[in-house]
Design a protein around this ligand. Structure first.
Ligand SMILES: Cc1cc2nc3c(=O)[nH]c(=O)nc-3n(C[C@H](O)[C@H](O)[C@H](O)COP(=O)(O)O)c2cc1C
Length: 190
């Protein structure tokens, strides 16, 4: 896949009910470890969660597409994510840590898309409950979850002008539309 196709990436929230192989996860984590990172401190750590019982135990504590709720709520056994990556960090919680995680997760998303795999970056999760399910030690920070699996939906992007509405929406065919500002809408030249 060339880079212009990888840039077509969309967040995926409905997944096929088949596992992603370990070799693919290794490529995703390999992409993450290569990402830019403040002062190259490399505090991020990853848990690949594929065990069906663990995945099912985490799922109820994750939230999806609040703007179209419940239109993109995955359904266990039908469209729910088959795996998660937990993005962890070793303390201290430095100023760049969430930026580091952002760079790493974006790399994961692009690497996944290149393999025909979709991701949903999840910030809306119930941290105490997920920590309990994963039995995380107190000295591990839990920054984000990423749902990972083969896409069972095809969201589309659309260009919007400077005064456009950024709210993503479902059309009559239940396709998710994701508005994005055009280059001209968000850029000044000096
Ligand atoms: C920091 C961050 C947190 C997010 N948290 C969630 C989430 O909890 N649940 C969800 O369904 N999507 C979540 N998303 C995905 C965004 O909703 C999605 O990126 C946005 O709607 C644009 O869609 P796109 O990724 O297809 O461009 C998150 C994205 C980011 C960057």
């Amino acid at each position: 896949m060339d880079f212009s196709e990888i840039l077509q990436r969309r967040t995926i929230r409905f997944f096929e009910q088949r596992p992603v192989p370990e070799s693919a996860f290794r490529q995703l984590i390999d992409a993450a470890r290569r990402a830019s990172c403040g002062a190259n401190t490399q505090q991020l750590r990853y848990q690949v969660i594929r065990d069906p019982e663990l995945v099912a135990a985490i799922f109820p504590f994750t939230a999806y597409a609040a703007r179209v709720k419940p239109g993109r709520d995955p359904i266990p056994g039908k469209t729910a994510p088959p795996a998660f990556i937990a993005v962890l960090a070793t303390p201290p919680d430095r100023k760049t840590l969430h930026a580091d995680a952002g760079a790493a997760i974006q790399s994961i998303e692009f690497a996944a898309w290149n393999l025909g795999i979709g991701c949903c970056w999840i910030g809306a999760f119930q941290e105490p409950e997920v920590r309990r399910v994963l039995a995380l030690p107190d000295d591990r920070l839990l920054l984000y979850l990423v749902a990972v699996g083969y896409p069972a939906e095809q969201p589309v992007m659309e260009d919007i002008p400077e005064n456009g509405n950024v709210a993503y929406y479902l059309d009559e065919a239940r396709v998710l539309h994701v508005p994005k500002f055009t280059v001209d809408a968000i850029t000044t030249w000096r």
